[in-house]
Design a protein around this ligand. Structure first.
Ligand code: PMP
Length: 345
């Protein structure tokens, strides 16, 4: 979370801009919240150059809920084609299989998720409903550097690289992302969906799972998470005022390059992801033995650096470098890594 956003939340917590109440106490039907909702919608549309052909939803339930909602709303009678590139794309596939005829069009699982399968090799059926990708694999540190141009609807889980780089919105038909990495606090999920897709939503879905209804009710079919939405609106302002998508990309490249260069140079730290598929958000690395990794984490914590443990499903180490991370903090980590290598290499 950007420090200035936290400061602003603190300053406005008890009395939101002279309204006499906290956002925590505010009705989602109040004029104050209507403004927050409208502004954040506009801000996000501007940041990603999303036009009126799209609906922008602010939902609850995390990206995980969307794994199922997508299939309910969009699969129809066709296949949901999934590209498996790591933990999260596999989870999306597993959830979709409970709802629709989902199948795997390409997978890098046999290669331990070291690369992204080339789009030319995806086995897609023209009659399929959509193709699902995960643009950044948060756990495996793998990302699409280029988004393929397909002849069928492309659906993307962008939870961990949303708002980290400019995107060509025309390549996609639906984009979703949990807000909690680059784009707000936990509790809010962004869903951007092309209007033309909404027309295919089948009748009879439970209301809260029906994209068409959620869009018609401006994401307020029930009480939305007003506080998360408000904090997200401040983060969207921050991204805009910090220079928008180009600037976020520049910073992401700078932060990740600092880490990848020490990993590549040293031989002491290892990352096995193909160079053109390396994530700019989550840099995963390992040391020769697990005991040394434990020592690394202990000494890093003593130096004030926490959250460097790899995900429990694969172990190792991981530095997550989201938008709000100052470049200077990555430089501090790199210095620490050099010193640790000097002592233990
Ligand atoms: N997809 C990706 C790429 C993720 O990183 C995560 C969470 N880290 C999820 C989906 C699940 O998100 P949530 O916890 O918001 O359901």
């Amino acid at each position: 979370m950007p420090a200035t956003v936290l400061e602003q939340v603190k300053a406005e917590l008890l009395d939101y801009r002279g309204s006499g109440i906290s956002v925590l106490e505010m009705s989602h039907r109040s004029s104050e919240f209507a403004r927050i909702a409208e502004q954040s919608q506009l801000q996000l549309r501007q940041l990603l150059a999303v036009d009126d052909d799209w609906k922008v939803l602010f939902l609850q339930g995390g990206a995980s809920s969307q794994f199922s909602l997508l299939a309910m709303n969009l699969a129809g009678k066709g296949y949901a084609e999934h590209i498996i590139t790591g933990h999260w794309s596999k989870r999306a596939f597993q959830e979709a299989t409970a709802i629709a005829s989902a199948r795997i069009a390409a997978s890098s699982e046999q290669q331990d998720y070291r690369d992204i399968p080339a789009a030319a090799e995806w086995r897609l059926d023209d009659a399929s409903a959509y193709v699902h990708i995960t643009t950044n694999e948060t756990i495996h540190g793998v990302a699409y550097q280029d988004i393929p141009q397909l002849d069928m609807p492309l659906v993307a889980d962008m939870s961990s690289d949303f708002l980290s780089r400019p995107i060509d919105i025309n390549r996609f038909s639906l984009i979703y992302a949990g807000a909690q990495k680059n784009a707000g606090p936990a509790g809010l999920t962004y869903v951007l969906i092309k209007r033309s897709l909404l027309e295919q939503v089948p009748a009879g879905l439970p209301s809260m799972f029906d994209y068409r209804l959620l869009a018609a009710k401006k994401s307020m079919l029930n009480t939305p998470p007003v506080f998360s939405w408000y904090v997200a609106s401040l983060v969207l302002d921050w991204v805009t005022n910090s220079g928008g998508m180009e600037k976020m990309q520049q910073l992401a490249l700078k932060r990740s390059a600092l880490l990848y260069s020490i990993i590549t140079e040293s031989g002491f730290y290892q990352n096995s992801v193909a160079e053109n598929a390396r994530s700019r958000m989550n840099v995963v690395f390992r040391l020769q033995n697990p005991e040394l990794e434990v020592k690394f984490l202990q000494q890093a914590a003593q130096a004030g650096m926490i959250g460097l443990k790899g995900h429990r499903s694969i172990g190792g180490l991981r530095a997550s470098l989201y938008n709000a991370m100052p470049v200077s903090e990555v430089e501090t980590l790199v210095e620490f890594m050099r010193e640790f290598e000097r002592q233990h290499g």
